[in-house]
Design a protein around this ligand. Structure first.
Ligand code: CDP
Length: 227
């Protein structure tokens, strides 16, 4: 039996690590759609494309030689054969990504690739037809509204900032949280112009991870899957 699990959420909700763990536990493939928008941003920079030129950005992304790995143990992202896994996580890319992600032609193209990756796992793919966990900002609503399980992973702003500060600065002290706030709150606001990921759409289960640790959050999502 094939299962498609769609998980959306804002920055710092823990959706990437939780989604990977869920995929691992269930023997499913894993698709990090945020990594695709990040890779697109990296590619535009690599090709010296002006982010303000929407047509040029759309053209660059349409011709991007992207390879997305879907193994939850080794989620490789390659562009033109180069492993960009670390390069797409820099502050420079995080700051620029919303400009690329709000380009509607880019969204159409990446959504097409995301649906193809999901469809491939229903047939065979990495999972041998068992299925996939796809996570991002618009998976439950636009990319896979017909997914078998749809979850919105939320957390209070305070909890999300503390988590991101720990990831980015190794501390959740006041200074680290303030440094993170600027980046994360602005990006969420920019992203909100094209996808709605703060409130669960009809039929989407909400898991609030504010007071849960990592294992408890994974268990809460698995409980939704088991329903
Ligand atoms: O770092 P964080 O977990 O917040 O973000 P991410 O999942 O790596 O996604 C990076 C960026 O890609 C987001 O800020 C959005 O601009 C964009 N994105 C999107 O527009 N739609 C998605 N389905 C996934 C990500």
């Amino acid at each position: 039996m094939t299962i498609v699990i769609a998980i959306d959420g804002p920055s710092g909700s823990g959706k990437s690590s939780v989604s990977r763990a869920v995929a691992r536990r269930l023997g499913l493939a894993y698709l990090d759609t945020g990594a695709m928008y990040r890779a697109a941003t990296w590619w535009c920079r690599h090709e010296n494309v002006d982010f303000a030129d929407e047509d040029a950005v759309a053209h660059a992304v349409a011709t991007m030689p992207l390879e997305m790995g879907v193994d939850p143990d080794v989620p490789v992202v390659r562009v033109g054969g180069e492993d960009v896994g670390a390069a797409i996580r820099t502050t420079e890319i995080s700051t620029a990504v919303s400009a690329v992600a709000t380009n509607l032609a880019v969204r159409d193209e990446l959504r097409r690739l995301q649906r193809a990756a999901i469809d491939a796992e229903k047939l065979e793919g990495f999972s041998g037809g068992r299925g996939i966990v796809a996570e991002g900002r618009d998976i439950t609503t636009v990319v896979a509204p017909d997914a078998d399980v749809r979850v919105l992973l939320t957390a209070s702003e305070e909890a999300r900032l503390a988590r991101r500060a720990r990831e980015l600065h190794g501390s959740d002290g006041a200074g680290a949280v303030e440094a993170t706030r600027d980046q994360i709150v602005r990006r969420d606001a920019d992203d909100s112009t094209v996808s709605q990921f703060h409130v669960a759409a009809d039929g989407v289960a909400t898991v609030d991870s504010s007071d849960l640790d990592f294992d408890q959050t994974v268990d809460a999502v698995l409980a939704v899957v088991a329903q």
